[in-house]
Design a protein around this ligand. Sequence first.
Ligand code: ADP
Length: 384
Amino acid sequence: MDTALLVPAALVFGVLLGVGATTLFVVAHRRGQRAVEVVTPRVPDGVDALIDSLESVGIVLDASNNVLSASPRAIAANLIFNDHLVNPELVDLVDAVRRTGEPASEELHLTRSRLGEQSLFLLVRVSRLGSRYILLVGDDRTEAHRLEEVRRDFLANVSHELKTPIGAVGLLSEALESAADEPEEVRRFASRLTREADRLARITAEIIQLSRLQSGDALEKAEPVEIDNLVRQSIDHHRVQAEAKDIELVVGKRRRVSVIGDPTMLATALNNLVANAIQYSPEHSRVGLGVSVDEGVVEIAVTDQGVGIPAADRDRVFERFYRVDAARARNTGGTGLGLSIVKHVAQNHGGDVRLWSQPGSGSTFTIRLPEASDASAVTTGATG
Ligand code: ADP
């Protein structure tokens, strides 16, 4: 499990044996700066150099638990303050090794700073270094834990989101059967059944879309895509939905720019933004679509005068299944996947998506994409 830790540990031991423990210098690193002081007999120079070059966490302690040497990663992780280990869990592990003389490995969940705001998962191995010193090496497992958490959440969310409409379909079919003699009831149940079935179809389609985007092959069908066309198509696509709420769709000036990408993916992303803008806006308001180009970056902005998004939710709305008001979104048929798809489409095209919002006034979502150069438009035969 911890071979990642054994390698630096073995290297440091090797240097120690080769050089001998006679050096008189301590090297203390403070936020990238090295301070050299003469204190007591020290670990050999070679060990310092090795610790210094470690990409992972590496710390050498003396018999009184003073830090003699620390890798840049150990400093960056705020594990050391005033030449001592900050986290009591690390001190306990070091003490145990000193007591037993045996090396010890453990995965620790540490707070990342003395303010205790961020956590750090560290796979730590502590061993004696010669007779006086202790070597602590650690592999940062925080990202692996985060990914595992995202995966677990996703699975839990998918099953939760599917369970509701599947359960409803079951119940409605039973109700339909027992209401067979009452045409009015049959119609009512049948229309709800259709709604739940549509919802199921939409969730599954969006989950498939998302996993395709995440598998990274979204740009296999890349071609020049004219942004003015994309915008016009999206407007046509949403005319009926907008008219139903008497929302005016306003389009900015034509820009005659292209990006290289998958036209279907890009249309899906823009459609998701326009659908949301209409969905989360009051009747008789306006939704605007504007395109601008600045230093090779094409920006497609969708602006509404809707409910807006509170600051606390602004980063989270791009997460899968996140909805600001889950109960309301369920009624409106929202899946919470639309913006996550927008984000992934933008990223897969080398761009990003930005959000400005003011609760009560409205929101602007801006997809930013690299502009296609003239050369790429020519080689792939684009017009305009
Ligand atoms: P949904 O299918 O629920 O619309 P999205 O991923 O598209 O899922 O959006 C996530 C959430 O972000 C929505 O549930 C809604 O609360 C919020 N949201 C998205 N677009 C807008 C908007 N234009 N105005 C206000 N809130 C929005």
